[in-house]
Write a protein of this length. Sequence first.
Length: 374
Amino acid sequence: MKDRAYPVAIENSRLERLTTLLKKNAGKSRLFVFYDANLYALHGTRLRETIGESHPEHEEFIVPSGEKHKSAKTLNGIYEFLLDRKVSRNDFILVCGGGVTSDLVGYAAATTLRGIKFGIVSTTLLGMIDAAIGGKTGINHASGKNLIGAFWQPQFVFGDLSFLFTLPPREFMAAIGEMAKYAGLIGPSMVTKVSAFLSDPSRSQLKTLQELILRCVEYKADIVARDEREGHLRMRLNLGHTFAHGIENGLGYGKLRHGEAVTLGLLAAVELSEISGVTSTDTLVEYRNLLQQLVKTLPVRALDSAAISQAMTLDKKRASHSSRYVVLKAVGKPIIADNISSKQAALALGKMIAFYRVHGGTGAKNSDRQRTKS
């Protein structure tokens, strides 16, 4: 994928870097800017001024916030907006927001006129460490998440830590689940660093946060460069995600944030690693501790193991590898196992649910077991 390499810039209060990236990549092309609605309310003025430094005249579209809008209906509205304005393949699309917005608008960029160049201003922690990197775009369908999509690499990804200051605490903490995934893939030192950050996830740790984000980006970029279309190597990035997608589907989308479901999925993957005999019971102790600490911060939801298992089975059948899971031989040593039985997966799921039922929400600072509205 070297011919489609692109810069990823994670800055701290340096929006002028975005102006430079736009001048270099969009040039004098017409610019279409798409904002997540919540982001626009908080940072719209600041972003418009920055974008105006390179493109004083540009078209704007406000994308509704939330996973439910990652849909064909919203996508069609974007198509109409672009086509009504006679968009051409020489134009440039800029998407500003989190993973939902970048997935949705990225797919519109990939499919309008068979492909229009685009860039991403990632404004959430989950977007910066994962969703904006790697070129996966798409929308959800009633049958499941991200079932309609395309690989379409952006021209650049820009993130600024200042955007994270206005994220709701729950959104920020949910993204630590995805960061924990990378810790399990990268190695023990990353687990230690994420654990330390989790003990004090405050603004005083900005430098540490920036380092953690960049380490996640570097790992994913290396994997994607070697396996853009998920032939085999990129499947490592699905650690915990088979369980997580089953949880989201079985529970109902929006009841838990994606990163929260990933945290639960990772704990189930650790259980599965041991149950399947891939690793011994004492190998993943530090990693399990990190995940259990994260689970304690999650809002409590009643998980139905049968519904989750059914959703996982449908997902596996669709992918034509019903017994394949990503497990860990050790931290930093992921394995794609092809011989996991449904009984083993169910046992792992059950052990995770049992821990979550007892300990979920017990580490929250401002709730009685975080029985919050979704």
